[in-house]
Structures are given as structure tokens and as C-alpha cells.
Design a protein around this ligand. Structure first.
Ligand code: FAD
Length: 498
């Protein structure tokens, strides 16, 4: 294939060979593909499971869905958007921005939607990856770049009796817009990042809303506001101003990194502020229910000005009692309480620690990646794993930050694209060595110990064994510096066999 679009029909009729395959068309896949184009790679495909691009910004259409990092920072450095309507842009704006990137950078013809990758197998005789899709299509390629995200497979709790429930029930990332919630009794299960955005909206229209909370979040004020027309005009015509605004935000997040390190001055000061906000809640029972019993920073620190006022509304109730079962018309909690509901919304997060699943990934010597990862995922610089040559991950293990994921994605893309260029130019195979991988991950787990994430709470950053698998335990600048250079000495380099 020479830089031309490949239809599903053509794929059906042959085992296609391309230089590179990108899996996923969310922010990570888009940034990777723009870099491939800029590197002069013409023969590549972007395989996307769903029928549209956009990743989490396609999926999360729930009312109130928005960025929780300012949009000037949560956007690509190569594609500044000067026209964000608000400091924290709503979901549809971010999705449209990603769509525009796809058009502007000519990616559309490389994308195959409705194409889920189910298997990656490394063929040692040809040094190629064999990519198999859910419909049995086969693609051979020199390099695989996975950009399948960490938060796009909803985690739905298995509630006893749910099959008997007579009303609608859906996950926040699969919002059913046909369901009318006006005047209904609604249950929101969960009190995390999505619930905090959903609840204020549902509270306005539902007759009754019950929030089933497992553990309350720490919540800080959200410094959100609309940009004025004159600001947007200035950002548009004085691009340096927009850049300066982004740089200022970047450094303020870097300076604020200590907020997630246990016991630092900033961490303690923020907990005092968050407690002071809770103290303003008039109802003592609600105050008690929403006060976390774990240190600030253990879970993602959430931003909202509407969460506590919504919970304090007369039509809203928060219960911390665990759910025992569901009946056709109610949720029964462990204390015997019966909560009549017409609809259930799961704000229960994602299968965040199951990196790259459910794909089956078989590398050298028939080793399966998920066997190697049985105690929790890990990768060298979030990108590569010994035994899996010429396979690179974007937004891989230990790359989530309490700042912009897009910044980290761009760092990783800059890193892996250097390998891709060498692989394709010189027909090489790069495989990270075991020792650098071991040292890197030892460093990660060692540094992790200072972080509030490792304290006594359930969060989506740790594997079942307590290993930090999602988060990057350092300021982002350190990752930026680490991913500047191609550190060939840490890789076994061989020639492709064919
Ligand atoms: C509601 C929500 C809000 C968020 N807000 C922020 C925020 O404000 N700031 C921040 O930094 N981060 C935020 N995040 C984190 C977010 O995951 C990242 O910012 C970003 O989306 C990562 O981009 P990605 O392309 O790696 O993954 P995703 O956006 O998850 O995209 C992955 C893509 O891969 C596709 N895919 C998956 N598996 C396969 C397969 N086997 N075959 C083919 N295609 C596949 C998916 O369909 C999807 O389109 C948020 C996440 C959620 C869920």
C-alpha cells in the first residue's frame, strides 16, 4: 500500500502489508499518526474499534462531560486551538477539535473504523507483526504503535438482581440519550470523576436522585469561566499570547506537582482548603458522608463548584451503604434500606489497569504479554517491553499524570517516532533490553512510595497487587527529558530478516 486509502473490501481480499499500524484513533492515535506523516511515512493504517474517531471524547457524551485540565494545556502543541469557549472545554468541543485534526493532517484516508484488533503476533522469520482484526482480516507490518488508551473499557459492577430491573441502566461512557430522566427517580452509582460532572445535571431534572457512594472524593474549586470574545480575538491574532497562556498553565501544573506527594506543604494545604469547603455544608449528616477518610491525592483530586451544592439539594440523597441487590423497581442497600428508582446510571469508571486487553499479544518465543504482566503492567518509558520488538505503546503503563495526558502522549510520540524512522529507513528491529527495563521499573515503584496514590484508598492507578501501573511518579518535565533522545544503547538492534 503506497499512501492510498485501503477499503475494508480490499482488506478482506488480501493479507495487506503496511509499514506501520496504529491501533486506536483517540488523542494518542491521532498524535502518533500526525508524527508518522511528518516523518514521511506513507504506508500506515490506523485501526479503530468504533465507527468514529475521538477515543474517550467520542464515548463520554454524558451531560456535563468536560475536561478537568485547562484546554490550552489539554490539546496538541502542534495544533493550538485559540477558540476554546471555556477554560475547561466541554466534551463536544474536544471531540470536534480531534475531528478537525484528523481532517487537517490528512489522516482520514488512513483510518479504518469498525476494525477492532484482537491479536498481535510477532513472526520471527520475517520480523513482522501479524495484526488480526475481529473480522479475521490480517495485516502484516514492521511496526505496531498501540494507542488504545487506559480509560475506554467501562467497568460495570455485577449487581445481584440487576437482570430483574425493569428500567433503563447504562454506564456514563455509554449514555443512553433516549432515556428521559426528567421527573424520574434516578440512581447514580459512584462518586468519582464522571459522577461529579453528571450529578449536578441530573439533580436539576430528576424528581429524586440517589447517589450510591463507595468512597467520597476530595474536591477543589474549578477555576472555570468562559473566554470573552475579545480574549478569543487576541488569542487568534496574537498567537504568542496563546502559547504564553499554555506555557503558564504548564508551569503552574508542574509547580503544583507536590499536591500528590504525601505530606508535602502543598498537599496538606490543599486538604485544609478542601475540608473548609466541606465544612460549609449545612447538613451534618451529609458533611460526614462526603468527608473522605483517606489522604488528599490518593484518588484523582476532582474539580467542581457544583458537586456539593447538588448533593445538598432537597431532591438529592447520598448513601454510603453498600448495595446489596437490585429489585425490579429499587436498589436495596446493606442496611436494609429500599431506594425506589426508575433508572440506574453507572459512574463506576473503567478497567484502567488492564492495559491492552482484550487483545492477545504474542511476542518472541510465543510469550504472551499478559502472562508477563500477570502482576501488573509495566513498560520501559511507558513504551516498550523485552520480547516484543518493534511494538511501542502510546499512553502505556505509568504515563497518567495529575496534569495533561496529551502532554505525556506527545512526549511518548516524540520518543517512539525516532525508532520508527530508524526501523523503516534501515530495516531494523529494536527490542528493549531486560536490564534497563528492570532498572526503570524499579525506579518507578521506588519513587511511587512518596506519593499519596499509594496510601489507603482504592484508586484506578494501582493493580490488584498494589503496584503502581497507571501513574507517572515524577513531574512531567522528567518524562519530557527522558523521551527526548533515542537511547539506542538500551535496545538490542538487529536487522529485519526479510
Ligand atoms: C470522561 C473522561 C475525561 C477525561 N478527562 C481528562 C482530562 O481532562 N485530562 C486528561 O489529561 N485526561 C483526561 N482523561 C483521560 C483520557 O483517557 C486521556 O486524556 C486520553 O483520552 C488518552 O488518549 P488515548 O488516545 O490514549 O486513549 P482513548 O481516548 O481511550 O482512545 C483509545 C482509542 O482506541 C480504540 N481502541 C481500543 N482498543 C482497540 C482495539 N483493540 N482495536 C482498535 N481500536 C481500539 C478506542 O475505541 C479509542 O477510540 C479523561 C478520560 C475520561 C474517560
Amino acid at each position: 500500500m503506497e499512501g492510498s486509502a485501503l477499503t475494508s473490501l480490499e482488506l478482506d481480499s488480501q493479507a495487506t502489508t503496511v509499514d506501520a499500524v496504529v491501533i486506536g484513533a483517540g488523542p494518542g492515535g491521532i498524535a502518533t499518526s500526525v508524527a508518522l506523516k511528518r516523518a514521511g511515512v506513507k504506508s500506515f493504517l490506523i485501526l479503530e474499534r468504533e465507527s468514529k474517531i475521538g477515543g474517550v471524547w467520542r464515548d463520554n457524551t454524558y451531560p456535563g462531560a468536560a475536561c478537568d485540565v485547562p484546554s490550552f494545556l489539554y490539546s496538541f502543541s502542534f495544533e493550538m486551538n485559540t477558540q476554546w469557549s471555556k477554560v475547561f472545554a466541554p466534551q463536544a468541543e474536544i471531540r470536534d477539535y480531534l475531528e478537525r485534526c484528523v481532517e487537517k493532517y490528512g489522516l482520514r484516508r488512513h483510518i479504518l473504523c469498525d476494525t477492532e484488533v484482537v491479536r498481535l503476533g510477532f513472526d520471527e522469520t520475517t520480523s513482522r507483526w501479524i495484526v488480526t482484526t475481529a473480522t479475521g482480516k490480517v495485516i502484516k507490518t514492521s511496526v505496531v504503535l498501540t494507542a488504545v488508551g487506559q480509560l475506554n473499557r467501562p467497568a460495570v459492577p455485577k449487581l445481584s438482581g440487576i437482570e430483574t430491573f425493569s428500567g433503563p441502566h447504562f454506564h456514563s461512557a455509554r449514555w443512553d440519550h433516549h432515556v428521559e430522566l426528567e421527573g424520574k427517580s434516578v440512581a447514580v452509582i459512584g462518586a468519582g470523576a464522571s459522577a461529579i460532572q453528571v450529578v449536578p445535571h441530573v439533580a436539576k431534572i430528576a424528581a429524586r436522585l440517589t447517589v450510591f457512594q463507595r468512597s467520597p472524593p476530595w474536591v477543589m474549586p474549578k477555576p472555570d469561566r468562559a473566554y470573552s470574545d475579545s480574549e478569543k480575538w487576541r488569542f487568534k491574532w496574537l498567537p504568542l499570547l496563546a502559547r504564553a497562556s499554555r506555557a503558564k498553565l504548564y508551569w503552574s501544573y508542574e509547580r503544583g506537582h507536590d499536591k500528590v506527594i504525601a505530606g508535602t506543604k502543598l498537599n496538606k494545604a490543599m486538604e485544609v482548603t478542601a475540608r473548609a469547603i466541606i465544612a460549609k455544608i449545612k447538613d451534618p449528616a451529609l458533611r460526614k458522608t462526603v468527608t473522605p477518610d483517606y489522604p488528599l491525592g490518593c484518588k484523582r483530586i476532582l474539580l467542581s463548584n457544583e458537586w456539593y451544592p447538588a448533593l445538598a439539594q432537597d431532591n438529592v440523597k447520598v448513601t454510603a451503604e453498600g448495595i446489596e441487590r437490585v429489585t425490579p423497581t429499587a436498589i436495596v442497600t446493606k442496611d436494609g434500606g429500599k431506594h425506589p428508582v426508575d433508572a440506574i446510571i453507572y459512574c463506576t469508571g473503567f478497567k484502567s489497569t488492564e492495559f491492552l486487553l482484550p487483545m492477545e499479544i504474542v511476542g518472541r518465543d510465543n510469550k504472551r504479554l499478559h502472562d508477563i504482566w500477570k502482576d501488573g503492567a509495566e513498560a520501559y518509558r511507558g513504551s516498550s517491553v523485552p520480547g516484543f520488538p518493534n511494538l511501542f505503546m502510546i499512553y502505556g503503563p505509568n504515563t497518567t499524570v495529575p496534569s495533561s495526558a496529551i502532554f505525556m502522549i506527545e512526549c511518548q510520540v516524540n520518543y517512539v517516532i525516532k525508532f520508527v524512522k530508524r526501523i523503516l529507513r534501515d530495516e531494523l528491529v529494536f527490542e528493549v533490553k531486560r536490564e534497563p527495563m528492570r532498572r526503570f521499573n524499579e525506579m518507578i515503584q521506588h519513587r511511587a512510595q512518596r506519593y499519596a496514590w499509594m496510601s489507603s484508598c482504592n484508586n484506578w492507578f494501582k493493580s490488584a497487587s498494589g503496584k503502581l501501573v497507571n501513574n507517572w511518579p515524577s513531574p512531567t518535565l522528567k518524562f519530557f527529558l527522558l523521551t527526548r533522545v533515542l537511547d539506542a544503547q538500551n535496545y538490542q538492534i538487529t536487522r529485519q530478516s526479510e
